[in-house]
Design a protein around this ligand. Sequence first.
Ligand code: PAF
Length: 287
Amino acid sequence: MQTVKSLGVLRTTLGQWRKDGARIALVPTMGALHEGHLTLVRRARAEADHVVASIFVNPKQFGPNEDLDAYPRQLAADAAMLEAEGVGVLWAPTVEEMYPSGFVTNVGVSGVSDGLCGAARPGHFDGVATVVLKLFNQVQPDLAFFGEKDFQQLAVIRTMARDLDLTAPHADNIIGVPTVREADGLAMSSRNRYLTSEQRTAAAALPRAMKTAIAAIKAGAPGAEALAQLQAEIIAAGFSSVDYAVLADATTLAPLAAPGKAPARLLVAARIGSTRLIDNMPVAPAP
Ligand code: PAF
């Protein structure tokens, strides 16, 4: 595996692959890799000739109250994991390489960015869209893989690719990979490391309560009632507050009172101590 830090070297390496007619997949990350990321890499390996993984802790997606400096950085350990999974190039630009002085462009995807996590983290999805569009243009992949764990992020990126007629990758080749979960159902996340052992045990109440809510909705319970029950359940289990618990259209993320014919999603963000956890699950369409 080649670790590349300059855009010039990246273009030369990928240019050669492209000349050979190879299919290239991109797995964008901010590092601190866990099994969820490695699952993305394995999917990418299965569907492309070469995999480029990027590690870039993107300052533009951190708010003023979010601690960019405290974000875990472990490039050597991450590189070893990526190499073991058969990644060909690790693209790890510096902040100056990504955002040279004078950089002023902002990519905003309104609507789908505004609610849910966007409401609590103003500017976050603009930062994500801006860096992902840059990563797409730098790598020009045939395919790109993102975890469904960050479901709103995936919706924002797909909307951007569709609206801007991207071809590398085409919106249809932005692949969402199902969330990888611990044995007790908790979604894998780099934030789980901040939980105390008591909080870690309590955190499993979130996916449990979400499954219960989805079963209740499927059995005909009103959405609002099932969501109120979900909130009560996770607070009783030890969560301190719920930022949102929403049934939404899976594409636009517009809130729904009940599932219709289009795919729907249950999305939750809740705090346990000072850690904010998010999760989401599909909800079967109405029969
Ligand atoms: O999901 C992430 O790790 C980041 O938001 C991404 C997509 C790499 C953009 O910085």
